[in-house]
Design a protein. Sequence first.
Length: 256
Amino acid sequence: MKNIRIKILAILCLVLLLLKSTWFNEIGFFLKEAYKNIGVTGAIAPISHTTADHILNKILETIKQNKLEKIKILEAGPGTGSLSQYIISNLEKHKVNFTIDLVEINKEFSKILDKKFKNNSKVKIYYQDILQWHPKTKYNFIISTIPFNTKYFTADIVKNILEKYHSLIDLDGIIFWVEYAAFGKISTLFLNQEEKEIYLKKHMFIDEFKSKHQVSKDFILFNIPPLYLYYAKLDSVFNKNLNKSKVNYESRKYKK
């Protein structure tokens, strides 16, 4: 009986600590904003540390492979900055020379980002729609946790965002984006005809985007909900060959 009381007391203490923690408050705030503005937020929970680890490891691996002395990162839709903070703190631990731009459309999230990173000169925060934002630089890494395959993003919005990323990524750079596993092809069984057409059109644009890059993906089970993390590399040799093949095709078509 005494052991049970000790365990119950320990659990209650843990719950109280969580309720007072910044992490718990941020999760609650994120869920509240997601519920109010799901059409803009798209996500239903912050990205997990498991997903963040995959992104971080790929960044560190690319830095080493390409011998990059300084990197520029863009994160589109950072929310409350949980992923941003994880990436930033670990890059600092590894003594990476970097800058990161956070572009967030949600006003309340932007306030949290300002407060969280106000003393970090490596971080710049922009309260803006990514499609209305026009930087004068290209990036080595673009991190997008906007889940394109949810119904809240139209096909045209997805097309425009992907084209934006393509224009901002540097040669040999990597674009990360996510798709919720629960919103894949199986979900089309539960869509009406109009929703199916939107889904197919959206994935036509995504497939077109993939054709311009070398794409790989990981399945992340430990995320809410589980997701696919995509890595799209704008490879200089790959794109050069792709452009050549397009020119050859167009010239053959013209001759006919």
